[in-house]
Design a protein around this ligand. Sequence first.
Ligand code: IPE
Ligand code: IPE
Ligand code: MG
Length: 249
Amino acid sequence: MTNATPIVTETAATLPARVPYHLAIIMDGNGRWATERGLPRQAGHRAGVENLRRVIRACSEFGVQILTIYAFSTENWRRPGPEVRGLLTILEMMLDRELDNLDDNGVQLRHLGRLDGLTPNLQQKVLNAVERTRNNDRLTLNVAFNYGGRDEILRAVKQIVSEGIPPEQIDEVLFNHYLDTAGEPDVDLLVRTAGEMRVSNFLIWQAYYAEYYATPVYWPDFDKEELRKAFAQFTGRDRKYGGLSKGSQ
Ligand code: IPE
Ligand code: IPE
Ligand code: MG
């Protein structure tokens, strides 16, 4: 990021009425964005990173506390080698170029998913970024990279079994501690860009009662105003959690 301090343009009157505490985004459509412009898919991924900067800034301005982004799934290894390498390079570039700015802006970086599969050098960069920003508290940015919801749940189960925890002690609170999002509340709003209506193995435990918002807008074009639209819908949602609406008999 080049602008060290976010320029605050919001006033009490323009801020969304209700903002999710924990927002998760499936950043989809980079490839289609590029193809429609006659560009290589990698150009779409680069435009996606540019947009991520804007969205992080907007989240910080709107008062989102936790932003979880889906950057690379355990299934994305199925893509052609050059595209996979391009996505790994983008993660590395982001860590090299953005870390100072994220840190200056109080962003705490966390990694969700498996580090194995990444080069030792990249693994080290991820660990350093997490360690360096661990005391920041303005916004938590969970980067799901080489992440799959099923994989996360299986890793948690294996860890619980290997620690010999008796079954009667296993409840939802304990299980949460073994997930990559340990200590964080569940997802309030799950946004998916680019029109697909599926969850693609993202946060299948944590988003169990999330509100869903899908938009046809491709990720590189999903700007602050699009985020505002998502929050406006979220504001109007009646979150009943299986119960009844507030005020109903
Ligand atoms: C999302 O964009 C980025 C990743 C999955 C890494 P896509 O690359 O999936 O874009 P589309 O869906 O092909 O348009
Ligand atoms: C989901 O997008 C994964 C990420 C955004 C990282 P995909 O484009 O990989 O998902 P599918 O293949 O459409 O389900
Ligand atoms: Mg896609």
